[in-house]
Design a protein around this ligand. Structure first.
Ligand code: BMA
Length: 341
């Protein structure tokens, strides 16, 4: 696996990246990353993963974080963000814990949120660590402050994203189950499921495998909720290549993975049909905030995308599991690259 992966020339990183760092958060916070973003009441809203209780010297000496919660931020331009006074979803908070139909203490962490608006209703999908495996959650909210949890998947599954439109009356989601037992190692793919009500999910089919993304050799997963373009659903993905020759990167002595952003295009009428996969990385770790000084370096993890009226797509991604960064591209260029393969 080449160590020289380059980002696609049609993508531009925001020159003053990152757009959100822990220093902007008015409560306990050391890392902010992996954020869902939507348009919200004439502005933009973001929910982001917040890990706290462990500073850089501490994580470098092996200490663990005290906790993780989900924070909220708002912005007029999608670039300058104002963070809310407290987290919007915190499993250590009794009100949040009471949203789940699980025994006390079963859920240990909720993280990696994505936001989607469907028929005027706002939904948050998120990963859930439990004492019995990793689950994918879906919650509904009217105000990004109060949530109703609609469903939790069976383990192990995460990286769920909802399509912003129903398809033939059914909700659709992309997801990434983790079949360790049958495959013997990480080799995880992207699946598509449908639901009449966001609670009961079925008709699951494989959408894309690791082998469809030639620069990945380990696992892939859905990134941001699909973006509707004239020629198809544009899906941003993340993908991992692993190289045992890689030494220390970030806090772990054995971090051998690299996360890149990728993309593919799905048919509008039948999203189970892949029209094209871009066979190179859309974004590969290159800048200082992506390859140096982070908690886990060499990580680009896209989780939010907004299509602007002028045809520009804003892509939000976690960089090095430490900050949130922004890149932009023309949707038409991205669609053409997917179709070209
Ligand atoms: C995944 C998740 C993400 C994280 C990524 C890179 O497994 O834990 O939250 O950004 O690894 O560390």
């Amino acid at each position: 696996m080449s160590d020289m992966l380059k980002s696609c020339p049609c993508v531009t990183r925001y020159e003053h990246n990152p757009v959100l760092t822990g220093s902007q958060v008015p409560y306990a916070c050391d890392l902010v990353f992996n954020a869902g973003v939507i348009r919200w009441q004439g502005q933009y809203a973001m929910v982001f993963r917040n890990d706290y209780g462990c500073t850089q010297p501490e994580w470098e000496s092996g200490k663990r974080f005290k906790g993780t919660n989900i924070g909220i931020a708002f912005s007029r331009d999608g670039i300058a963000w104002q963070v809310g006074e407290k987290p919007c979803f915190d499993i250590r908070d009794e009100k949040t814990a009471a949203l789940f139909d699980t025994p006390k203490g079963e859920i240990t962490r909720c993280y990696d949120p994505r936001l989607t608006v469907i028929d005027g209703e706002t939904y948050m999908t998120f990963a859930v660590d439990t004492r019995h495996g990793l689950r994918g959650g879906i919650a509904k909210t009217k105000d990004l402050e109060h949530f109703e949890v609609l469903s939790l998947s069976v383990p192990d599954n995460r990286n769920m994203v909802l399509f912003p439109e129903k398809n033939h009356g059914r909700y659709l989601r992309l997801e990434r189950p983790m079949p360790v037992y049958s495959r013997g190692r990480d080799r995880f793919d992207i699946w598509l499921s449908e639901s009449p009500d966001l609670i009961y999910w079925g008709r699951s089919t494989l959408l894309a495998g690791v082998e469809d993304f030639p620069y990945d050799n380990d696992k892939i997963g859905p990134g941001a909720p699909p973006v509707k373009t004239k020629k198809g659903w544009l899906v941003f993905t993340h993908g991992v290549d692993k190289d045992d020759a890689r030494g220390k990167n970030g806090w772990e002595n054995t971090w051998k993975k690299r996360y890149c952003a990728g993309m593919m295009l799905l048919d509008l009428e039948n999203p189970r049909k892949v029209l094209g996969v871009y066979r190179e990385p859309l974004l590969a770790p290159e800048t200082d905030y992506e390859v140096k000084n982070g908690f886990r370096t060499n990580v680009i993890f896209p989780t939010g995308a907004i299509l602007e009226e002028d045809g520009t797509v804003k892509i939000y991604y976690g960089a090095s599991d430490t900050v949130i960064a922004l890149a932009t591209a023309k949707a038409d260029d991205l669609v053409d690259l997917c179709l070209r393969g």
